[in-house]
Design a protein around this ligand. Structure first.
Ligand code: ADP
Ligand code: MG
Length: 245
């Protein structure tokens, strides 16, 4: 379970986020949806403890990211935007290395890496050095690495960027499996169809503020339009004008 209350962050004169509150439940896929510059990455980076907010608080399974960042991190798997994999290590070595960083025994990290390689359909490239990988291969490697310690909460920043159709399908299936196993999934996207196809719950963020949160169907109804795409545009438009949608 991921919760944030009234998070704010400024970069100099720029207010990146201003009063972001959200909740992502276990056994659900929650999408953080918004246009470029909306504050998605800033929010996620605060949640996964690489950025300190100017105000507000956040908890991972009730553990404060500000007071106990290490304990909070243990409960998270993170696929950061543009996450780098070690180019001289193979995919399998990348995964096992992260397992070692998390303190897993050798046999355990080997078994976990093998299992993730199968589940993510990485067998064909698992034992090649990562330096020649396609974007899809890199993302799969980074995702497998993020899951090696079997975190209950999984945070992904625009995970489908640069992926081909097959890789997106694999990713969706995996996120669905994690959800069904009771994990809490929070991922960001600027692509409406992505979120509509995958999410149980959508949080719409624009201009550093949450403008709506709800199930996709409820958001559609709220914006009184047939498609989530239109609902998204309307909710953002009305927040720009400063009126409640
Ligand atoms: P998103 O991920 O939704 O595209 P971000 O959270 O990355 O949005 O950015 C929100 C706003 O904060 C943008 O205007 C961005 O330019 C600004 N911003 C983000 N990170 C920094 C930073 N490290 N320094 C200065 N400005 C930043
Ligand atoms: Mg971003």
């Amino acid at each position: 379970m991921i919760e944030a209350r009234e998070l704010s962050k400024r970069f100099g004169a720029l207010s990146a986020i201003d009063g972001v509150s959200l909740r992502a439940a276990d056994g659900r896929i929650t999408g953080l949806l918004g246009p470029n510059g909306a504050g998605k990455s800033t929010t996620l980076r605060i949640l996964y403890t690489v950025l300190t907010p100017d105000g507000g608080e956040a908890w991972i399974d009730g553990v404060s990211v500000l007071a106990e960042p290490l304990e909070a991190r243990r409960r998270m798997g993170v696929l950061a935007h543009g996450a780098g994999v070690y180019p001289n290590l193979t995919a399998r070595e990348n995964i096992e290395y992260f397992g070692a960083l998390h303190g897993l025994e050798r046999d355990v990290r080997r078994a976990r890496a093998a299992e993730l390689i199968t589940r993510l359909e990485m067998t064909a490239f698992a034992d090649r050095p990562a330096k020649g990988f396609s974007q899809g291969e890199r993302v799969k490697t980074a995702l497998a690495r993020a899951l090696v310690h079997q975190p209950r909460n999984v945070l992904l920043d625009e995970p489908t960027n640069g992926l081909d159709v097959m890789a997106v399908r694999t990713l969706r299936r995996l996120l669905g499996q994690l959800r069904d196993a009771g994990h809490c999934i929070l991922f960001s996207s600027h692509v409406m169809q992505e979120v509509a196809a995958l999410c149980d719950e959508v949080i719409i963020i624009a201009g550093g503020r949450v403008v709506a949160q709800g199930e996709p169907e409820a958001l559609k109804a709220r914006a009184a339009t047939a498609s989530l795409e239109e609902a998204f545009v309307r909710l953002i438009d009305s927040s720009d004008r400063g009126s409640a949608p």
